[in-house]
Write a protein that binds this ligand. Structure first.
Ligand code: NAD
Ligand code: LMR
Length: 333
């Protein structure tokens, strides 16, 4: 066979690498799920000192997979070193919510982690850095990281709502009785929390809008929205721990579509720093329907939002504004 052209490795930093999302993510990334079968990857892991040994154990297992695409893997407990030369930063490391814990508790516990990581991205990441914040509260953690990286274009920062998007796709597919690949143009608006607004108003099935099974307002209000918006809590309750494999899968989808582009007749959802789109105040990370042509995410323009949708989005935006106020009051912005 002709010589395969191997590209330069992509450097991917994953924080919280010894945690459960890290364990579900790293092996798939090393196997090529994020950048495809032609692109080698170099992994740089960040952990807290107490978890370094566990992360080293993960590295031993990565080695034992003999992945042809894994060009190297190192672990650090110093954000500056872990993010050195990164083209992708997946900021997972945080404390997961456990049963009965409020999101406001998470704000206090996690906000301090993301300022130094934002600074490290600013000072050490590669020119083409793309950041996805996963650790909760993801929207506000993204704002903290981004606000500490003034030299990096704000559009390089995102927070993950792809898991919510995929959850909604799955519920729609179940309702219609098809597989999720037929469902397009679904939107998640707002916060990655129970206040999010999963929006079916533009959904097409095999390219056709207005499927009768999706027109039932009672189902949307009483089943679909609470099921999607409450899925994180449902997983915690049923599984006993927060989602991990599905979160890792969503991270891969998010970065793959961002770097590789979304399908021409579809969009996905991601939380981006608002520039005032759809009346969302500037300066908060809010989930929008987005497309990518392989460069920056672009918010899908000119969608119609009825009064009910606007009200739901406004309620979720209020929660993000409240979160920003909490961290501002603690001097973390
Ligand atoms: P986990 O507790 O299993 O792992 C977290 C890891 O992060 C731990 O190994 C911990 O040592 C590490 N860590 C903590 N502080 C760190 C720091 N400053 N630097 C580097 N590493 C650090 O948790 P998990 O289940 O992997 O979840 C991680 C986060 O992702 C949680 O905040 C969770 O709520 C969130 N989450 C988000 C989504 C989403 O869709 N946005 C989905 C699922 C989970
Ligand atoms: C999820 O959506 O599964 C998580 O964000 C839940 C959580 O609070 O960790």
């Amino acid at each position: 066979p002709a010589t395969t052209l191997r590209r330069e490795p992509v450097t991917i930093t994953v924080t919280g690498a010894a945690g459960q999302i890290g364990y579900a993510l790293l092996f798939r990334v090393a196997a090529g799920a994020m950048f495809g079968p032609e692109v080698p990857v170099r992994l740089r892991l960040l952990e807290v000192p107490d978890a370094l040994r566990a992360a080293e154990g993960v590295i031993l297992e990565l080695e034992d997979c003999a992945f042809p695409l894994l060009a190297g893997v190192e672990v650090f407990d110093d954000a500056n070193r872990a993010l050195d030369g990164a083209s992708v930063a997946v900021l997972v490391g945080a404390r997961p919510r456990t049963a009965g814990m409020e999101r406001s508790d998470l704000l206090a516990a996690n906000a301090g982690i993301f300022a130094p990581q934002g600074r490290a991205i600013n000072d050490h990441a590669a020119e083409d850095i793309r950041v996805v914040v996963v650790g909760n509260p993801a929207n506000t953690n993204a704002l903290i990281a981004q606000s500490h990286a003034p030299d990096v274009p704000a559009a390089r920062f995102s927070a993950l709502t792809r898991l919510d998007h995929n959850r909604a796709l799955a519920q729609v597919a179940k309702r219609v009785g098809i597989d999720p690949g037929h469902v397009r143009r679904l939107s998640i608006w707002g916060n990655h929390s129970s206040t999010q607004y999963p929006d079916l108003s533009n959904v097409t099935i095999d390219g056709v809008a207005g499927h009768p099974r999706l027109a039932d307002e009672t189902w949307i209000r009483d089943e679909f929205i609470p099921r999607v918006a409450g899925r994180g809590a449902e997983i915690i309750e049923v599984r006993g721990r927060s989602s991990a494999a599905s979160a890792a899968n969503a991270i891969i989808d998010h970065v793959r579509d961002w770097a590789g582009g979304t399908a021409p007749d579809d969009w996905t959802s991601a939380a981006l720093l608002s520039r005032g789109e759809y009346g969302v105040p500037e300066g908060i990370f809010c989930s929008f329907p987005v497309v990518s042509a392989g460069q920056d995410w672009q918010v899908v323009p000119d969608l119609e939002l009825d009064a009910g949708a606007r009200k739901s989005i406004a309620a979720s935006v209020d929660e993000i504004l409240w979160e920003r106020q909490v961290v501002q009051a603690r001097g973390l912005l």
